[in-house]
Write a protein that binds this ligand. Structure first.
Ligand code: HPA
Length: 271
């Protein structure tokens, strides 16, 4: 039932050799810069791993990079898989299941997201405290593999509270503005209409995006701890005159990238 996850894990393990990362990092749109800081890098293109879904969006590079960051071994996904590309949610779950099989204990997920709050300006960062899954998908649908986690997993505190406190402390010490809030996942690929944005606000969202939730839910299900950080790349449609485009998201992701890189590096150093 998890053959593909086992196959992916086996192929990655063979390539890793003596490396044994316990920390995985998923880099969101335009946030690939952190990968350039990895020392002693070993790059594995997704296309070279049989059964690994391949990302197609411009700005997503599509490779795993193993190496060292802040003295710790990491396995980094440069370019993630989005459901709007047409992959079944289970394909995203397979990647996280493969991480679990490789011994990953901590998952750091980053993404580009639209801000629903005036005070959270594009170019700043938001710590994800919780999420709303409005994507219409759930990565855990299907036969349950009990060797990973339970059929009905609890989704309280899926963004590990101790990690949230640590990230906030690091941001404070480093003088990085780190907002905190609820990330709402929509399927995309279209940005929201003004009416949808108003609905998301009423429902309790602080930022909207098209990723992260499938990975986080799968990680929580199989006992991997999660830190989630959004780079706010635009105001959502109708917020402060927002009218997002992919170009705007990439431009502001680049602005947020330095702070995000510093925060994640220090966080890894303190784990
Ligand atoms: N909405 C949804 N997803 C996004 C946005 C947005 O405004 N910006 C970046 N990803």
């Amino acid at each position: 039932m998890s053959e593909n996850a086992h196959s992916i894990a086996g192929q990655i393990k063979a390539r890793l050799g003596s490396r044994s990362p316990r920390i995985a990092v998923i880099l969101g749109s335009g946030l690939g810069g952190l990968a350039d800081e990895i020392e002693n890098p070993l790059s594995i293109d997704y296309v070279s791993i049989k059964g690994f879904p391949v990302s197609t969006v411009a700005g997503h590079r599509g490779r795993l990079i193993a190496g060292t960051l802040s003295g710790k071994e990491v396995l980094c996904m440069q370019g993630r898989i989005h459901l709007y590309e047409g992959y079944p949610p289970a394909a995203v779950a397979d990647i996280v299941k493969a991480f679990k099989l490789l011994g990953i204990e901590t998952l750091i997920v980053t993404n580009a997201a639209g801000s629903l709050r005036k005070e959270m300006a594009p170019g700043s960062l938001m710590l994800i405290e919780d999420h709303l899954n409005l994507s219409g998908f759930n990565p855990l649908i299907g036969p349950n593999d009990d060797s990973f986690g339970p059929r009905f997993p609890n989704m309280n505190n899926v963004y590990t509270p101790a990690y949230r406190s640590l990230a906030q402390k690091i941001a404070e010490d480093a003088g990085i503005t780190l907002h905190a809030g609820v990330y709402c996942m929509l399927s995309g690929p279209a940005f929201e209409t003004p009416a949808e944005v108003r609905a998301c606000r009423v429902l309790g969202a602080d930022a909207n995006g098209m990723s992260t939730v499938p990975e986080t839910m799968t990680a929580a299900w199989c006992g991997i701890k999660v830190l989630g950080i959004s780079a706010l790349t635009n105001y959502c449609t109708g917020i402060e005159g927002g009218s997002p485009s992919h170009a705007e998201t990439l431009e502001n992701a680049a602005k947020a990238s330095a702070g995000l890189t510093l925060l994640v590096k220090r966080f890894i150093g303190e784990l």
